[in-house]
Write a protein that binds this ligand. Structure first.
Ligand SMILES: Nc1ncnc2c1ncn2[C@@H]1O[C@H](COP(=O)(O)OP(=O)(O)OP(=O)(O)O)[C@@H](O)[C@H]1O
Ligand SMILES: [Mg+2]
Length: 310
């Protein structure tokens, strides 16, 4: 085989830790521009060169075609000086190596297209933005080969499969390894300077800065108050009698919640449940009695509020 000498950036220690992790599942939550993509692309290339054989596939998976193409172009640039070495297929985003192995760049927006191959090593880039079904599909391709996968990306809220995988890896589940790199880790390694981080802190909303630079998930749309405000409200229930109730009605998926406040505005009753309308109506009537109550009567609550008012 002909020899090549690709010039990768020299990995800084925190980058090297996740690149050289030998865990089956390596999960990396990292700040933007801290070198996830470059490092893992280098890993996939060296794996394909070292262990590749005719017909073996190595996959790079990214959320959409555009992000997939960025990584493909990067690999193409790295290998450009060695024209004879690798064959690139620009329409299929495929790189064939002299040992017969292929590195394929796949988009996660069509999960069905990811089933069927045996894959010998994979990276999911921008995993927190990639469809969960694409992970299911990719995972199936790693079954026969028992191959390694690196799952990398920014933190993007808590409601995504990558966040769940990260928590399992962080908790020390077998075969999993977890790494977190903040912007300050990248700055300490000289990848970008701290002034740039402070500028981003000033110019971005706090939640966006925390996710993109500090790997801290935002509280998401379901919680408009922020965790800080909620935590500062947590205290033992008041033992004083309620003077007003707040009622949020829900039937099956969500929970019906009833909160009672005492004369000083402290929470003195708190109950939540799931049940049919008959149970919910009886339970509310029992709790509230003739005390003033405010209920959300929009949508599903409309008929039940009318019923309670009678
Ligand atoms: N060890 C390193 N030494 C010098 N430069 C590096 C190193 N690692 C990455 N870089 C450079 O930092 C920049 C960002 O790298 P990369 O695109 O891999 O980051 P990323 O974490 O994937 O960013 P994004 O959040 O956009 O996905 C690139 O220009 C890359 O060449
Ligand atoms: Mg990247």
């Amino acid at each position: 085989m002909s020899k090549i000498n690709v010039k990768f950036p020299k990995l800084y220690p925190k980058q090297a830790e996740f690149v050289f992790s030998t865990a089956r599942y390596t999960v990396v939550e990292a700040a933007t521009k801290c070198g996830k993509t470059v490092a893992c692309l280098a890993w996939l290339l060296q794996l394909a060169l070292r262990e590749g054989r005719p017909g073996r596939n190595y996959w790079w998976v990214a959320p959409i075609f555009g992000t997939t193409k960025i990584a493909y172009r990067r690999l193409r640039r790295w290998l450009a000086p060695y024209e004879e070495f690798a064959r690139f297929n620009d329409s299929e985003l495929l790189c064939e190596l002299p040992n017969g192995a292929s590195i394929c760049f796949k988009s996660a927006d069509r999960p069905d297209s990811l089933y069927g191959e045996d894959v010998h090593g994979a990276v999911v880039d921008e995993a927190s933005r990639a469809k969960e079904e694409s992970w299911h599909a990719l995972r199936s391709t790693l079954t026969a080969t028992k191959a390694q996968v690196k799952i990398i990306g920014n933190v993007k809220g808590r409601r995504n499969w990558a966040y769940q995988m990260a928590r399992r890896a962080e908790a020390g589940e077998p075969d999993m390894a977890y790494f977190r790199l903040t912007a300050y880790d990248a700055a300490a390694a000289g990848i970008y300077d701290e002034a740039e981080i402070e500028d981003a802190r000033r110019s971005l909303p706090e939640a966006a800065f925390n996710e993109l630079y500090m790997c801290i998930p935002s509280d998401e749309g379901a919680n408009p108050f922020g965790m800080g405000a909620i935590l500062s409200c947590i205290a033992p229930l008041s033992t004083s009698p309620p003077v007003v109730f707040g009622i949020d009605l829900a039937k099956s998926v969500d929970w019906t919640v009833v909160i009672g406040l005492d004369a000083e505005g402290r929470v003195c009753r708190f109950e939540r449940w799931q049940g049919d309308w008959g149970q919910t109506r009886r339970r509310i009537a029992g709790m509230v009695g003739s005390t003033l109550a405010l209920a959300d009567s929009t949508g599903v609550g409309d008929p039940i509020v009318e019923d309670l008012q009678r």
